[in-house]
Design a protein around this ligand. Structure first.
Ligand code: AKG
Ligand code: FE2
Length: 298
């Protein structure tokens, strides 16, 4: 049995097995059919949650979920959050789903074709950021289109005691409109109602994970350009250093998608990034199409 499973979840181990995706982050979950998530025991759901919070990321291969099955499985872990900045990227009839695609509609480029061009964790600009996100792949590009994940609890662990002490009392303002953010590039401006939803939030720089008690480096390039009480110029060298740690391959797992894959990540202790490692200049070619759907936990 994997170390991520506590002894009290031994019964759940009968329903699935685990296989590490990399040393510091991620487990593949083998043996579950998420289409029939009502047959997954409460014990197994608790064991999956525990594994997720300790290992940051769960992979379920070849699931072929539709929107209803995707939402039903997400809801086994709690209520859904507002997805994305707004529900403007939701598929028809599914306001809780965020579409990540490069497929054009009526000749128009998709606003989410490059949605993860910076390392980030989802929705930290909300007062109550998203707990976890679940992304499923319907169409992967033929070559590439990967998503990368970083374990920010391990990034924290490796900082020096001196730097940990400096960061501990700091907080940062998270916003989509900071000097480093690329989120709104190529997107239609937000309307007044949308703007009130994404006002920004103040978050600790070092977060203690509410479930595991572990400390995490909790700033992301998409949302943070300064520490509270520091100027952008003063913050920049230290932020640059910290963001460079998040990019270090030793903390990462890189996923090559197949249609039907589901990835479930904990937004507190991980970050993710999509490196556009496919023929992004040729989006009209069918082999470059990418279509994914995300649900988000409050
Ligand atoms: O496009 C991707 O691989 C990731 C998209 C993303 O950041 C998200 O759905 O939260
Ligand atoms: Fe994201």
């Amino acid at each position: 049995m994997n170390a991520a499973l506590a002894p009290e979840h031994a019964a759940a181990a009968a329903q699935f097995s685990l296989k590490p995706l990399s040393f510091r982050i991620g487990e593949e979950v083998i043996g579950l059919d998420l289409k029939r998530c009502d047959e997954i025991s409460d014990d197994s759901i608790a064991a999956l949650w525990r594994t997720l919070t300790h290992r940051g990321l769960l992979l379920f291969r070849n699931q072929g979920l539709n929107h209803d099955q995707h939402l039903a499985f997400t809801r086994r872990f709690g209520p859904l959050a507002l997805t994305g900045l707004t529900s403007r990227y939701a598929p028809e009839g599914y306001p809780d789903i965020f579409t990540v695609t490069n497929i054009r509609k009526n000749g128009q480029r998709s606003e989410t074709e490059n949605a993860a061009q910076q390392w980030h964790t989802d929705q930290t600009f909300l007062k109550v950021p998203a707990r976890a996100s679940m992304l499923r792949c319907e169409i992967p590009p033929q070559n590439g289109g990967d998503t990368m994940f970083c374990s920010t609890q391990h990034v924290y662990d490796d900082l020096s005691d001196g730097l940990k002490k400096t960061l501990e009392p700091l907080s940062a303002f998270h916003t989509l409109f900071g000097t480093r953010s690329k989120v709104m590039k190529g997107r239609k401006a937000l309307n007044d109602e949308e703007l009130t939803r994404v006002e920004g939030s103040v978050q600790p720089v070092i977060l203690t994970h509410p479930d595991t008690g572990r400390k995490i480096l909790y700033i992301n390039e998409q949302c943070v350009d300064h520490f509270e009480g520091w100027t952008i110029e003063e913050s920049a060298p230290l932020l640059d250093y910290l963001y460079a740690q998040i990019r270090h391959p030793m903390y990462q797992y890189r996923h090559r998608w197949s249609a039907g894959d589901v990835l479930f990540w904990d937004n507190r202790c991980t970050q993710h990034y999509a490196p556009l490692d496919y023929d992004f200049a040729n989006l009209d070619a069918p082999e470059n199409r990418r279509l994914m759907f995300r649900s988000t936990l409050a």
